[in-house]
Design a protein around this ligand. Structure first.
Ligand code: KG4
Ligand code: ZN
Length: 420
């Protein structure tokens, strides 16, 4: 292969417009993310129509900035990769339409990437970059032919991946296969994603959006054992008896076929927090805080110290937030390590927006060390949505010539892998 292996990745599945140039799936030359947080914050969640409008506004300058930062001209690219699903239909279409037009105009191959596979490749990309730094290799020396595994030595063994974000809490067994990866879904949430629970609890308590970073910051100053939240064991057979799957995802991954020990449910803890807030009359404090944080012109800033946290909320609220986070991280750990043990995976990858969480990283890291397992996270910037992960996930497809046609469209419920 004589080309530099330069892929432009484009991501627009939710509320970030992102573009990135990655060389050979292993070296990030640029990663630009335009966040829509300011647009959606006042609604406490993503408003799909506003998201599409913001993507339309941002896509051209974001792609231009990614090329400029990388110092790459359009004519030097080898392929264009774009997220085709899952995500918001209107939002996905902005990225897809733009990528198709650009690929057509430049005569470049177009590669469709599953957003969830992208999140998994955010970890693999980080590992490859770290390994290259240790070895001080140029990226070209890592992948030179179509027969090479696009990952390097680290990527040879199967891994259990937890994708934990605002839209997903999914466990996949990932296996390297002839330079690409195959995925088998082994567990997932029955209702809310973990990040969604973070966002809803934060909204209930009057904090900013997205809620994860707020709870992450505040939880450090509360007592994690103050409120004993509990997760009960899910009984799928009872839950699903006689029901036909209603969604595409349920067809591709029937819950009844998954091990109930690897299933998650986060809607219960959200309700438990709501009850606690009502019982302890925390609502007025939350409403006053929201009014302050979202007042016109207010610049909500994450608290950095205990003093700043206490200026924002009472100690019982800090304790509640710390207990919520402690319980969520504990449940994610329990099921992920149970799956790793049962499936014989010696390597764990944690990715998605919630993987930026400090307590999650520390506790997963300590438990992995105790069990003698290898664990990897993306950098915090690559944990949340970005396009470097899309360009990296496209690299094996580029090598195998797996290209999308101009008929490519958005698939809002695109699934990754199949269940058992
Ligand atoms: O991966 P992502 O950017 O978008 C989706 O694909 O959903 O994840 C966004 C989610 C949000 O729910 C946000 O609250 C959560 O990730 N999040 C965090 C943290 N940073 C972002 N959750 C916990 N702790 C964090 N530090
Ligand atoms: Zn995501």
């Amino acid at each position: 292969m004589t080309s530099r292996g330069l892929i432009l990745g484009i991501e627009s599945s939710c509320d970030e417009t992102a573009a990135s140039v990655v060389e050979r799936g292993a070296r990030t030359l640029s990663s630009v993310v335009a966040s829509q947080i300011a647009t959606h914050a006042r609604y406490g969640g993503v408003v799909p129509e506003l998201a599409s409008r913001e993507h339309l506004r941002a896509i051209v300058p974001v792609v231009r900035a990614a090329l400029a930062q990388a110092g790459i001209a359009l004519g030097e690219l080898d392929a264009i990769a774009v997220t085709s699903g899952p995500g918001l239909a209107g939002a996905l279409l902005v990225g897809i339409t733009y990528a198709k037009a650009l690929a057509f105009a430049q005569g470049l191959p177009l590669i469709a990437v599953n957003h969830l596979e992208g999140h998994i490749h955010a970890v693999l990309l980080h590992e490859r970059e770290a390994e290259m730094q240790v070895l001080r290799l140029p990226s070209a020396s890592l992948q030179v032919s179509q027969d090479d595994n696009p990952g390097v030595s680290l990527a040879e063994e199967p891994a259990l991946a937890l994708v934990v974000s605002g839209g997903h809490t999914h466990l996949y067994l990932c296996r390297p296969a002839h330079g690409a990866w195959t995925y088998r879904l082994v567990g997932r949430t029955l209702d809310d994603a973990a990040g969604e629970a973070y966002d809803k609890v934060a909204k209930l308590l009057g904090f900013g959006y997205p809620g994860g970073p707020w709870i992450d910051s505040l939880a450090r100053f509360g007592n994690p054992l103050a409120v004993p939240f509990a997760f009960s064991q899910i009984k799928t057979k009872l839950h699903l008896a006689g029901k036909t799957p209603r969604t595409k995802a349920a067809y591709t991954a029937p819950i009844a076929e998954l091990n109930p020990h690897f299933l998650f449910s986060f809607s219960g803890i959200k309700t438990a927090v709501l009850r606690y807030v009502e019982l302890h009359e925390m609502r007025p404090e939350a409403q006053a805080r929201a009014a302050r944080l979202f007042a016109p012109g207010a610049q909500a800033r994450l608290p950095q110290s205990k003093e700043e946290s206490l200026a924002l909320c009472s100690q019982p609220v800090l304790d509640l937030v710390a207990s919520f986070q402690h319980a969520v991280v504990g449940d994610l750990m329990k099921k992920t390590f149970a799956a790793a043990e049962s499936l014989g995976a010696r390597r764990i990858l944690i990715t998605g927006g919630v993987a930026a969480n400090r307590e999650l990283r520390a506790r997963f890291g300590a438990e992995s060390a105790r069990r003698g397992l290898r664990i990897a996270f993306p950098t915090p910037a690559l944990s949340t949505d970005n396009a470097a992960m899309i360009a990296a996930a496209a690299w094996p497809r580029f090598l195998s010539g797996e290209f999308a046609g101009q008929g490519l469209s958005a698939d809002p419920s695109l699934a990754l892998g199949r269940s058992l």
